[in-house]
Design a protein around this ligand. Sequence first.
Ligand code: CAA
Length: 295
Amino acid sequence: MPQQIKQVGVLGAGLMGHGIAQVAAQAGYEVVLREVDDATLQKGIGKIEKQLARAVEKGKSSQEDADAVRGRIAGTTDYKDLAGCDLVIEAITESLPLKLEMWKELDAIVKPEAVFATNTSSLAVIDQAAATSRPGQFVGLHYFNPAQVMKLVEVVRALTTTEEAFETALQFARSEGKLAIPTKDKAGFIVNRLLVPYMLDAMRAYEEGVGSVAEIDEAMKAGAGHPMGPLTLADFVGLDTLGSICDVLFDEFRERRFARPPTLRKMLAAGWYGRKSGTGFYDYSGEEPRENPAF
Ligand code: CAA
């Protein structure tokens, strides 16, 4: 029997966390959104408010509903406010040591029957589950960016996950209107196993002079029907996040297809993290993105 979920904790109000919090609140859950400091928290909540206002402007939501969704999200910088949560989803930086440190603190605070979930893109779920006192109640819930729009949630069963916790996670994702696809706890799960080598290969194609950045993107949009080209998508995911994901996949599988191409390594050295930093394969400082003149 799946557990009843009323209150959901979300750790991290960044690119993924703010969207995960919004989706849960839209599905009627009470949400506690935690960030490390108030400025970062307010930035994340601001993004949610902007999306809600846009939905009202477009006539997709009433002002009353938007207010109710916003009213279900409580921001905090204190782990103690997550004590009564039934489900806690982490969406912090893709770093195992940071995630373990965070779970260690939370494990002692959150009620023992609560389910913990990681939104990791690439790390094995078991490595986090085993570091808590509740390895049975630990799952992967992997959302896609933008979480408010993308239909899929990969629901990952670690070696230790109980049937009840897994069912709880599946039901939760479905209750949000998502397509919940179960996957094994294999680094990259289904989507990133396929999508990450694709983005890296687009960088290699650029390095080999097959086409320019914009040509590669336009070709994949027009030729394969993708909503974004692979290099635009890499900027959108975040080049730093993509770098961390491909490192984990490379460590796990030792296959060249997961290795960082030199272009990615150099862009990260330059501090170009894609759309979020204003520079990546494209320059986002103007009204419309334009190809980064460095390419
Ligand atoms: N939050 C909320 N809603 C958003 C949004 C956001 N950040 N971005 C776009 N939307 C909404 C818009 O409001 C719009 O809604 P309506 O149709 O109701 O008006 C709708 O999405 C379409 O947006 P736009 O018209 O602005 O632009 P678009 O048609 O180009 O769509 C897109 C934007 C949905 C991002 C689309 O380009 C797309 O699907 N791109 C591919 C995204 C993708 O592949 N994501 C997965 C990345 S991999 C990942 O996340 C996994 C990982 O671990 C790294």
